[in-house]
Ligand binder design. Structure first.
Ligand code: HEM
Length: 141
């Protein structure tokens, strides 16, 4: 009986070790990594630049630049292997007088693009949870 107990304990320990050794997949990996994010941001940025209300904010700002910075930032926020080396949110948005409405228009483009590249509704919501707190660093500065 003692032997059986020892066997069960040993087996349980092996299982626990195996589970903790398996790295948990990040949200970044779950959605398909850089390729998915890159594609979503490309769609979103194109739509943002063409928007009648918020497009003007980006006059003179290279699309390529915003695309890269947004992709790096989102990648970093959702557990990807990227470093965000751009300006802080306050630095890049202060004095632009961005309103609540401007903010939600941009976020809706990002949401729409995420859906278009196959990110699920549930994954989209998890991504938005990382983005929402940035609002106070972007709006009415
Ligand atoms: C979730 C919301 C947002 C995120 C995550 C975000 C993120 C970023 C990032 C990463 C940059 C690049 C910073 C750099 O150049 O190093 C940037 C720049 C910029 N963002 Fe946003 N942004 C958001 C909302 C907005 C909104 C709502 C507007 C205007 C309607 C806006 C307008 C701009 C402009 C004009 C720049 C370029 C600033 C410059 O180079 O002088 N952003 N943003």
């Amino acid at each position: 009986m003692k032997k059986l107990q020892q066997l069960i304990i040993a087996g349980t320990l092996v299982l626990i070790t195996a589970c903790s050794a398996t790295p948990k997949q990040s949200l970044y990996d779950e959605i398909g990594g850089r390729e998915t994010l890159d594609h979503a941001m490309r769609l979103a940025v194109n739509r943002i630049y063409n928007d009648a209300q918020i497009g003007h904010f980006f006059k003179g700002v290279p699309k390529r630049h915003i695309h890269k910075e947004l992709t790096d930032q989102f990648c970093n926020l959702i557990g990807g292997p990227c470093e965000y080396t751009g300006k802080t949110m306050v630095e890049s948005h202060k004095d632009l007088n961005i309103t609540d409405s401007d903010f939600y228009i941009l976020v809706e483009y990002v949401q729409g693009a995420m859906r278009d590249v196959g990110i699920t509704y549930e994954q989209e919501n998890r991504i938005l949870r990382y983005i929402a707190p940035l609002k106070s660093e972007i709006v009415y500065l």
